[in-house]
Design a protein around this ligand. Structure first.
Ligand SMILES: Cc1cc2nc3c(=O)[nH]c(=O)nc-3n(C[C@H](O)[C@H](O)[C@H](O)COP(=O)(O)OP(=O)(O)OC[C@H]3O[C@@H](n4cnc5c(N)ncnc54)[C@H](O)[C@@H]3O)c2cc1C
Length: 448
């Protein structure tokens, strides 16, 4: 792409699912200089940790430095804050996620007014490959037998290897003279002069000048950076969402081989309950934790929540305080309750009773029989409902950013990551974020 503009320096804060796309596409313009920053470690072709490459994303999550280990979040109003995983380093969450590759419904993008979404999808370079039959685990096989509409999960892999956003988008362009990639470089806050953003102050006390900053630090850290910077745009950190989910723990019968090193998620079942979309997601094992050899998970999740009461604020030190306020909406509570009933029905099928000894609903040994009446089910959901690690919409388009991803009230500042969805996509969020980033770049190219 060529333009008549003078050379412009872009800083992209965050090298995750969105940031890698932005660095690739913006540096294709020789009139741009691009600096890509990430708080976390490098990820280069000659040094991919085996855990990132392998089939078990739970191992990737334990790879040193690859998550923001100190991040906590409250899931529901009644719950205590507990660790909330977010990827860190080149590739961001794409290097540690469960690799499920879904686009979400075309209707939701039309509802958002993203009439060019199909063109953005055409540009997406992340592969989606069905899990191999031989890799399916015991819970996958039980689900296929219980519900013939079960799909083999498509995963962001090629030839059985994870393709991170760094591999797909950054590695091919690392030799561009106008692209500087700086891992282990944390942004503290934006440098602002009047209403114009002029650069980024780093945590190490230095700063970098820029003509334009794109914050792509994810739906938790992006609003935290904006709030630390003192921006006065209304709505920053408001409207945070995730897909509410209800984890059911399966104690497998003795002798059932659930292969803790293997593929965690190989199948998915989608079902509409009324107007709500539910995803039933089996986890064949829960990793290599001592004592967990016979444990697996079955997770009904609500993919179309209405509630958007979640918030990201900051504490006195400027660190994120996260409250998802999941299930604050009565319709969401009813829909997730119905999803749990559907999941329990699936678990009562012979293919599951053959391999599952007990279904637990907490770590105190309470079994799923306790959920027989709706009042108990709703009480359990209010305290135990979990997230789906799909934080979204904390700087929503139409509120914090305009249709061009520009932050309302400021010059030289955009946001492009999971924060900007008008509401949470009805699918797992990595591919939708990638498409949104491609869409940002298409629009920037056209306005150049
Ligand atoms: C454990 C897990 C499992 C998941 N499973 C799936 C799945 O199977 N399928 C799916 O579609 N989605 C999945 N997701 C969600 C999906 O991966 C994310 O929605 C998506 O990757 C978010 O992209 P992003 O660009 O918004 O943020 P990220 O990819 O998280 O990137 C943000 C980057 O910003 C960096 N950053 C943060 N703060 C700063 C700072 N101050 N300075 C510099 N850099 C900073 C971070 O280190 C990070 O690298 C999962 C997520 C997790 C964590």
């Amino acid at each position: 792409m060529t333009s008549q503009r003078p050379a412009r320096h872009w800083i992209i804060v965050g090298a995750g699912s969105a940031g890698c796309v932005l660095a690739n596409r913006m540096s294709a313009d020789p009139d741009c200089r691009v600096t890509l920053l990430d708080d976390g470690p490098d990820l280069r072709q000659d040094a991919i940790p085996a855990a990132v490459d392998g089939p078990n994303f739970l191992d990737a999550l334990h790879e040193p430095g690859r998550t923001h280990a100190d991040l906590l979040a409250k899931r529901t109003t009644d719950a205590e804050a507990s660790p909330y995983p977010r990827g860190r380093g080149l590739g961001g969450s794409s290097a540690v996620n469960a690799m499920v590759a879904l686009r979400g419904s075309e209707q939701q993008y039309r509802d958002w007014g993203w009439s060019d979404a199909h063109r953005a999808w055409d540009r997406v370079q992340i592969p989606a490959e069905a899990a191999a039959e031989a890799e399916l685990g015991v819970v996958d096989r039980a689900l296929i037998a219980a519900a013939p509409r079960t799909e083999r999960a498509r995963l962001t892999r090629r030839a059985g290897r994870r393709i991170t956003s760094a591999e797909a988008y950054l590695w091919p362009v690392l030799d561009r003279p106008n692209l500087v990639v700086r891992p282990n470089t944390a942004a503290d806050r934006l440098r602002i002069s009047g209403r114009r953003v002029t650069g980024v102050h780093l945590v190490d006390g230095t700063s970098i000048d820029a003509d334009h900053v794109v914050v792509a630090a994810g739906a938790i850290h992006t609003p935290a950076i904006l709030l630390r910077s003192g921006l006065d745009t209304p709505g920053i950190g408001q409207g945070l969402q995730d897909h509410p989910a209800a984890p059911l723990t399966l104690l497998l019968r003795g002798g059932v081989d659930n292969r803790p090193g293997g593929l965690v998620i190989g199948t998915l079942l989608h079902q509409h309950i009324g107007e709500d979309l539910v995803q039933l997601l089996p986890m064949n094992h829960i990793g290599r934790l001592p004592g967990a050899e016979r444990l697996a998970l079955f997770m009904p999740a609500l993919m179309t929540p209405s509630g958007a009461e979640g918030t990201v604020t900051i504490d006195n030190e400027g660190q994120p305080l996260v409250d998802f306020a999941l299930l604050s909406d009565a319709d969401d509570r009813a829909a997730l309750g119905a999803a749990v009933r559907l999941a329990l029905d699936v678990l009562s099928q012979p293919s599951f009773t053959d391999i599952v000894e007990t279904v637990y609903i907490d770590e105190h040994g309470t079994t799923a029989d306790a959920l027989a009446d709706d009042t108990t089910l709703q009480t359990w959901l209010r305290s135990r409902a979990g997230d789906y690690v799909h934080a979204s919409s904390s700087c929503a388009m139409g509120v914090v950013v305009d249709d061009h991803f520009s932050v309302v009230g400021y010059e030289g500042l955009s946001i492009c990551d999971a924060s900007i969805f008008p509401n949470i996509p009805d699918a797992n969020t990595h591919l939708p974020v990638t498409m949104a980033a491609e869409r940002f770049c298409m629009r920037e190219t056209m306005s150049a």
